[in-house]
Design a protein around this ligand. Structure first.
Ligand code: SF4
Ligand code: SF3
Length: 550
């Protein structure tokens, strides 16, 4: 195996024996092979589109497959094997349609468009051959992988949107064209860089689509005080990002005596009007994803993963049999809830019945946190915000969104938040916020000093807020706003968020805690020279650099 897609890649170079995330070499290789087949299928569908043929089933298959390979989403070998068999079937059916349409099937030379393996030995040999290191030139490899990781993030957001009935063929078509581009040996580094930026453009589009899906379905997030304490009933803890799962679980648990709590990236579900009406929806329990090994022990009840981030339980864990996965997520040893069929909701009965037998959660915190500052809410407060900016009561906004992770160096973000001067406000989205969202940072003229827009995809809200402020202040360039960017990344959704920001022309983003292992020195140079991208240093130095020292 070789994998360097996340921030915890071994030695910041790559995992080669077993993932730091816990991914086995077998699963890593199968993921590479699935990606290879998705590229192959894309060769066929890109040609099919020339004949006006769109295969919705394949669009979703590729999207789901990319999502399943995101860090910490799915560790279940069997699910990947099943997926490969489905890939062969779909690809062969697509090939037939292309032939019937008169397409040049022979003209497709990419191996993934025709290769089939039957025995386990053939499959593992091929998996080994098609990995990341198969591209020898390190700059081309870096750019190809940057595109692919962006596409994985895009796929995650596209999947949440289609679960709510929102799809754009244009997005699927781009994903497939871009996958094909990563197999094109004739493309230069410059041409691939253009594909990277184009990926950012579609990143904005998919986040806008998901924003529309979420807010049309569940209302606009609003200022909310989220309870951190517990009640005395058995509970279900729901984690991940999928709001359709959230809705169905809320409906199915109503009146059962089982309470519902959010964990990690599901916290923003508390901000949506449609979910607030359920009296058995208690609040948020615990912290960001990697705290789950402790949080799940204490929770006592049932846990549902709707997406990443799963941490393999320790051998001594007592909660393993209480965990369920659904959608793209999976883990051998956790039970899996199947997909919706014939337009019917998922069936969460097993989970609910299981939860009824569990003890109530142990209280690990009390009090509340405030959130719900997505674009609609902040724009409703625009007059107040602009007045505070003009009077100098707010000097600067700092975008500190992104991911959390295990590295001790991430204490940087807690310290950074603590040391920020009193006349600054943090804008955040994603699970990075858990590094500082429980700090008593106070308010400025009634505006909290931490404005949480929601999940990582709600970074779109931060962009909308920035563009609204730019208009209101009569500025020509988004970089003239008093906003600094100090973003934390971990997995591939953060990659699409970053590419989306670059596409919008945002400059001088600080990215930490380390720069991605998959960026070659030359690619880093391109990003530094054209976008002013940089890593982080010490809190004090970065404060100085961002002119934030008091
Ligand atoms: Fe390593 Fe990250 Fe890949 Fe897991 S996802 S194998 S930790 S680089
Ligand atoms: Fe978090 Fe995984 Fe990235 Fe959605 S849940 S931000 S790390």
């Amino acid at each position: 195996m070789f994998c360097f897609q996340c921030q915890e890649a071994a030695k910041n170079e790559g995992c080669t024996v077993r993932g730091v995330c816990g991914k086995s070499a077998d699963v890593a290789n199968l993921q590479d092979l699935l990606l290879f087949l998705c590229k192959g299928i894309s060769h066929v569908t890109v040609s099919l589109r020339k004949y006006g043929i769109e295969i919705p089933q394949i669009n979703r298959f590729i999207t789901d497959s990319l999502f399943m390979t995101i860090t910490n989403a799915n560790f279940d070998k069997n699910r990947f094997v099943t997926r490969l068999l489905m890939a062969f079937e779909m690809r062969n059916a697509a090939r037939e349609r292309l032939e019937n349409a008169g397409g040049d099937i022979e003209g497709i030379v990419f191996d993934g468009a025709c290769w089939s393996g039957e025995t386990e030995a053939e499959i593992s040999q091929k998996a080994f051959e098609v990995g990341v290191l198969n591209t020898e030139d390190e700059d081309i490899r870096s750019l190809r992988e940057l595109i692919i990781y962006g596409l994985k993030g895009m796929a995650a957001y596209a999947e949440h949107a289609y679960n709510l009935g929102y799809e754009e063929e244009e997005i699927y078509a781009f994903m497939q064209r871009a996958l094909v581009a990563t197999t094109d040996n004739s493309l230069t580094a410059e041409e691939l860089t253009a594909w990277v930026l184009e990926t950012g453009k579609y990143g904005v589009q998919v986040m806008a689509l998901l924003d529309r899906a979420n807010t049309t379905s569940y209302g606009n997030p609003e200022i909310t005080r989220v309870n951190l304490g517990v009640r005395n009933n058995p509970g279900i803890l729901i984690s991940g990002h999928d709001l359709k799962d959230m809705e169905e679980l809320l409906k199915q648990t109503e009146g059962t005596g089982v309470d519902l709590y959010t964990h990690s990236e599901m916290l923003p579900a508390n901000y949506y009007p449609a979910f607030k009406k359920y009296s058995h929806f208690v609040g948020n329990y615990g912290s960001s994803w990697w705290h789950q090994t402790e949080d799940f022990e204490n929770f006592n009840g049932v846990i549902l993963f709707t997406t990443n981030c799963i941490v393999p339980p320790r051998k001594s864990a007592t909660y393993t049999d209480r965990v369920y996965t659904t959608g793209a997520s999976g883990f051998e040893g956790f039970k899996h809830i199947g997909d919706r069929k014939d337009g019917k909701p998922k069936d969460f009965t097993a989970l609910i019945e299981h939860a009824k037998k569990c003890a109530p959660p142990k209280a690990i915190e009390s009090g509340e946190i405030v959130g719900g500052f997505a674009h609609h809410q902040v724009i409703a407060l625009a007059d107040k915000v602009i007045a505070a900016l003009k009077s100098g009561d707010i000097r600067k906004f700092i975008v500190m969104g992104g991911c959390d992770g295990r590295m001790t160096g991430r204490n940087y973000y807690t310290e950074f938040a603590q040391k920020l001067p009193q006349d600054t406000v943090i804008l955040t989205a994603g699970c990075a916020k858990y590094r500082y969202n429980k700090l008593p940072l106070g308010e400025i003229n009634g505006i909290p000093r931490i404005l949480d827009a929601g999940q990582c995809n709600d970074s779109y809200s931060l962009v909308k807020i920035a563009l609204t402020l730019k208009e209101a202040l009569g500025l020509d360039d988004v970089n003239d706003l008093p906003i600094a960017y100090n973003i934390a990344w971990y997995e591939q959704k953060a990659v699409i968020v970053l590419l989306a920001l670059l596409h919008l022309g945002v400059k001088n983003i600080h990215l930490g805690p380390t720069l991605p292992a998959f960026l070659s020195p030359n690619v880093v140079n391109v990003l530094v020279n054209n976008f002013g991208l940089s890593g982080i240093t010490s809190v004090d130095e970065d404060m100085e650099l961002l002119q934030l020292s008091t």
